[in-house]
Design a protein around this ligand. Sequence first.
Ligand code: HBI
Ligand code: FE
Length: 308
Amino acid sequence: MLPDAKPPLTSQFPPGADAALSAFVESIPGVSLRGDYSRMQPDFTTTQNWHDYAPADHELWRQLYRRQVDIARRYAAPAFLDGLGRLRMLEDRIPLFERTSEQLERLTNWRIVPVPGLIPDYVFFAHLAKRQFPVTVWIRKPEEMDYLVEPDVFHDFFGHVPLLSQPIFADYLQEYGRKGAEALQLDATKLLSRLFWYMVEFGLIRSEAGIKAYGAGMLSSATETAYSVDSPLPNRIAFDLQRVMETDYRIDTFQASYFVLDDFQDLFAAMQQPFAPLYERAKAKETLPATALLPTDIVLHAGTQSRQ
Ligand code: HBI
Ligand code: FE
């Protein structure tokens, strides 16, 4: 092995865990695995070891939190702000997952499970199906303040956890996890992950005060939150389950299209139908580029990017 080569992933895993994760990571261009996978359980959970965080880690959390909470006050959906308020996070230190799990259990019977970083789809789905949300234990480096590809504790916790306190969204996410096992059987994981990408990571929702952001990917981003709500460039299209499943997405740029909910009930209701026919229809069609606008779309805003 070359002296500077990274140890092969498999040297860090419990037996049998490595093939699925290596395949999963290889499926995401530009992503390498960070985090300590050597002490995780077979279900990929690990321990948070809160006392191992350095003061610099807590200081970075504080900077990220102060920046994003100001942005969220202006652009976030009311449900996200309500969730943020209920969690009463201390702004100057990385939260203790166990403490938040106790709060979430009382609110919606969800818990946080610490994970070393990205985990395979089938494991991620299985945790969601048990109302357990995987949160990465490590935090980014200061030079990654504005952008990193893999989810760190700030993205997972600040971006995803507040909405776990909202009953309808909490139920939706468990349904999403339950659909995971079926998607694996039907070789439709990619189609299902589009639903997660567009409606969990980058979702918009109508509110009395106009369109607001609720997606974890935008709410943990310094710049994409404002862009998703204010910019004339991207498309904003009313949520349609089949349309989302047929639409490609990019992980390394701002979204070219955002899908807009009327309310979270729409998302939960969408999960009640059988997905197999939707997968069949989506597989029979050409994948739509993220920039696409269709005559059948309910277009709330036709992005100027497509008119360049
Ligand atoms: N792993 N830790 C972690 N966090 C995620 O958000 C995540 C994941 N693995 C797979 C995944 N998300 C998506 O592919 C889901 O659609 C399954
Ligand atoms: Fe995420």
